[in-house]
Write a protein that binds this ligand. Structure first.
Ligand SMILES: *[C@@H]1O[C@H](CO)[C@@H](O)[C@H](O)[C@H]1NC(C)=O
Ligand SMILES: *[C@@H]1O[C@H](CO)[C@@H](O)[C@H](O)[C@H]1NC(C)=O
Ligand SMILES: *[C@@H]1O[C@H](CO)[C@@H](O)[C@H](O)[C@H]1NC(C)=O
Ligand SMILES: *[C@@H]1O[C@H](CO)[C@@H](O)[C@H](O)[C@H]1NC(C)=O
Ligand SMILES: *[C@@H]1O[C@H](CO)[C@@H](O)[C@H](O)[C@H]1NC(C)=O
Length: 270
């Protein structure tokens, strides 16, 4: 409680702005005085701030890095490689990464990637869906929000003609499921039933990712080939929605947040 009062008086103006936005008013586009408000096209409102040694953010867990070597400049969460696309009054939209497993026609795993991410101060929004692409694949998203969570989805089909290309993720070749509230980290692992042996001519890889519902347009069997643009398309257009408001309250309870990302990339045969 004492800390709460000190925080309120230290940051009286911007902190009340942040609280004001909790009641659903307009987006706070105001950074602390003498702090940079923009990174390229992206507005950085308090309690976020650019730089971790500048005192521009409410706490180290809210610092962001503006990298000017990109045109336009890119914004990253803390000092990580998690790209921030936008910051609203209660949410961040960040980049996602696609987990995948690719097979040759003999059913040998030739390339795979399992992704995991941890955002201890912030949580993944329930506006996100977990999506699995493939005809011989299932995948689990596992994480924790205090209790361990695991959910899976199944991509099945036996013929290329069975996979609809009307943009909908309806079960054939594409499966979607939800995640629980309050998840602060997750990992995605892909599995296959038959190493794509039966579906290899039109589907040699399975893919899985978390992303904002409605932001991914499934282009049918086109998206099931290793040499399609599906991974690049997802990683450049599908955001993950992150809730940050609760982390401000947790600061008052003196809980220091931190952000960590690590991905595990494995290549080779098995
Ligand atoms: C971002 O800025 C660039 C120029 O710096 C502009 O071409 C682009 O349309 C802008 N994008 C958005 C989403 O505002
Ligand atoms: C800035 O962040 C980096 C990486 O998180 C850390 O090593 C460094 O000590 C931080 N600097 C300050 C002044 O907090
Ligand atoms: C900016 O991005 C470039 C290219 O990825 C990288 O080499 C550089 O270290 C980054 N700079 C900062 C300050 O993070
Ligand atoms: C598949 O297996 C056959 C027989 O073992 C072998 O000759 C061929 O080179 C393999 N093909 C690939 C792409 O690994
Ligand atoms: C994935 O997450 C679950 C639940 O948090 C954990 O038990 C498991 O060890 C994690 N796996 C990897 C490879 O990180």
């Amino acid at each position: 409680m004492l800390l709460h009062i000190i925080l309120l008086s230290l940051f009286a103006f911007p902190f009340s702005m942040a609280l004001g936005t909790l009641q659903g008013s307009t987006i706070n586009t105001i950074a602390k005085p003498n702090c940079q408000t923009r990174c390229g096209n992206i507005t950085v409102p308090y309690p976020f701030g650019i730089g971790n040694d500048t005192d521009c953010s409410i706490d180290n867990s809210f610092h962001v890095t503006c990298n000017m070597t990109y045109e336009p400049p890119k914004l990253f969460l803390r000092s990580s490689d998690i790209e921030i696309y936008s910051i609203s009054d209660s949410e961040l939209r960040i980049g996602t990464a696609v987990s995948y497993g690719c097979y040759n026609k003999n059913g040998t795993l030739i390339d795979d990637f399992d992704f995991w991410i941890q955002l201890s101060a912030f949580t993944f929004s329930q506006k996100n869906k977990f999506t699995v692409l493939g005809c011989d694949d299932y995948s689990f998203i596992r994480g924790t929000n205090g209790v361990d969570f695991s959910n899976g989805c199944l991509g099945l089909c036996s013929k290329a003609q069975d996979v609809p290309d009307d943009g909908q993720c309806s079960g054939m070749g594409c499966c979607q499921t939800s995640i629980p509230k309050g998840l602060s980290k997750y990992n995605v692992t892909l599995y296959t039933f038959n190493n794509h042996r039966a579906v290899f001519p039109f589907n040699d890889c399975g893919y899985a990712f978390l992303g904002e519902e409605g932001s991914f347009e499934f282009r049918g069997v086109h998206d099931l080939y290793a040499d399609s643009d599906v991974v690049e398309r997802i990683e450049s257009t599908v955001p993950v929605v992150v809730d940050w408001v609760r982390a401000v309250h947790e600061l008052n309870e003196h809980e220091q947040g931190y952000v960590r990302v690590r991905s595990l990339r494995k290549f080779g045969c098995s």
